[in-house]
Ligand binder design. Structure first.
Ligand SMILES: Cc1cc2nc3c(=O)[nH]c(=O)nc-3n(C[C@H](O)[C@H](O)[C@H](O)COP(=O)(O)OP(=O)(O)OC[C@H]3O[C@@H](n4cnc5c(N)ncnc54)[C@H](O)[C@@H]3O)c2cc1C
Length: 417
């Protein structure tokens, strides 16, 4: 192997690739991150910023299939599938529905719990106490419901109980005290005190990049077109930079594009982009003491350094289709209904790709039969939360170290049977 080659190449410099790279570089591994785009400019930049240590909820929950038709029929609903993309998405959607069975939901939730719960400690260990204190708040997170019924979701309650998660109900008077000006149509609210948020995911990932570089890692701006194992057992890569690249080990952390690199090796992973949108409202008249997840409106709101960030929507349209700004208009309308007096500057809109697998459990670990090839992708709605612990997990596996929980649930093997 070329003595100049890194020992390990990480493909993708989103939050997940940056976390993997930093763990490796800190252990003295010669590591290079490859990404055509500037680090953390995709989903890792534009997310809601929630750090959900105490939420381990798969997207597919029991009874979901009954709700899908009404979601699709509602122009303000949380789910959209572009008709032209339906034939491509159908196998993923069917596996999604299959993953909503109770037994699978419990197994997925347990696996998510292992990598969500340590998020605050892991972020602090990665970026250091100074950056942590300036960008991360362990304030708790409020869930809100509007409309009739109890708003209770038995499976979600059961999973919280299973994991010993503390929740506190809020009276309507308490909600109005926390959020002056909120609509009187809120019917139920609760706090998850163990959750929190960052006030700027982009800046947090920027600090992580600096940590990676300080630890001796390097970044190169190139897109990987193909990976294959050379005669000597090392991995070879073809990239848009046209350079000969090789490494003893590769970690695929390319978010919603990861499966494309594995398919030519005969490995099929049902990875789909759950496209999500955000709107930043600069100079908002409302500041949130705690971020909100609106459970019946299916969107999140977080006060960030840039303004009020509203985020939500699951749009299944692949990674190529142009964004649909109407999804952002919906978010603004919902926020204005929640805070009727809300005033703000010119909204800024964004769309990004959540890298999702049907069972919501990220694909982490060695690829069987492909010595030196590892994966760390598929973090769906929770990659900012789970990125640090996922990276620690895959790096331990690379180093042959023991892990205190069962790692089978994350293995790519579940798709290779
Ligand atoms: C609207 C929205 C709200 C969200 N809210 C939250 C939240 O509140 N909390 C939370 O925990 N998570 C949240 N998420 C999810 C979270 O943002 C993602 O799970 C996470 O960012 C995924 O990180 P990643 O590094 O895997 O992917 P990405 O950030 O997409 O990075 C992947 C990188 O790989 C690169 N790449 C792709 N193909 C190649 C290739 N062939 N060669 C080289 N590089 C390649 C891409 O350019 C990209 O930079 C949200 C996501 C969205 C969209």
């Amino acid at each position: 192997m070329n003595p100049e080659s890194p020992d390990t190449i990480v493909i993708g410099a989103g939050v997940v690739g940056l976390c993997v790279g930093t763990h490796l570089a800190r252990r003295g591994v010669k590591v290079t991150l490859l990404d055509e785009l500037p680090p953390a400019s995709g989903a890792s930049y534009g997310n809601s910023g929630f750090l959900v240590a105490d939420t381990a909820m798969p997207v597919a929950l029991p009874g979901m299939y009954r709700k899908v038709p009404s979601w699709l029929a509602d122009p303000e609903g949380p789910l959209r599938v572009r008709p032209g993309y339906l034939p491509t998405a159908a196998p993923f959607l069917l596996q999604w529905l299959k993953a909503s069975r109770e037994k699978q939901v419990i197994a997925s939730s347990d696996a998510m719990r292992n990598i969500h719960q340590p998020t605050f400690d892991e972020w602090k260990a990665l970026v250091g106490p100074q950056v942590y204190d300036s960008l991360i708040r362990r304030t708790g997170q409020v869930y809100l419901w509007e409309g009739g019924g109890t708003g209770r979701t038995p499976m979600e309650d059961a999973l919280r109980e299973r994991h010993g998660v503390q929740v506190q109900s809020l009276s309507l008077a308490e909600i109005r005290e926390i959020y002056p000006g909120i609509t009187p149509s809120i019917t139920r609210a609760m706090v998850i005190p163990g959750n929190g948020h960052t006030t700027n995911p982009g800046r947090l990932c920027g600090a992580l990049l600096q940590t990676f570089l300080d630890a001796g890692g390097t970044v190169s701006h190139e897109r990987v077109q193909k990976i294959w194992q050379g005669d000597t057992g090392s991995w070879r890569l073809m990239t848009t930079a046209g350079q000969a690249r090789s490494a003893a080990r590769i970690v695929v952390a390319a978010g919603a594009w990861s499966h494309r690199l594995l398919a030519p090796l005969g490995i099929k992973v049902p990875l789909e982009s759950e496209r999500g949108y955000h709107v930043v409202l600069p100079d908002p008249s409302v500041q949130l003491a705690m971020p909100i997840l609106h459970k019946t409106g299916y969107f999140g709101i977080n006060s960030m350094e840039m303004g009020l960030r509203l985020a939500g929507t699951v749009e299944i349209s692949g990674v190529e289709a142009a964004p649909d700004p109407r999804r952002c208009d919906v978010l603004v309308r919902k926020a204005q209904r929640l805070f009727p007096g809300l005033s703000h500057g010119e909204p800024r809109m964004w769309m990004g790709h959540r890298p999702s697998v049907p069972d919501s459990v990220p694909v982490i670990g060695p690829v069987p039969g492909q010595g030196g090839l590892y994966t760390c992708f598929g973090h769906g709605h929770c990659g900012l939360t789970a990125g640090p612990a996922s990276a620690k997990l895959v790096v331990r596996q690379m180093m042959g170290e023991p892990v205190e929980f069962d790692t089978q649930a994350y293995s790519i093997q579940r798709f290779m049977r």
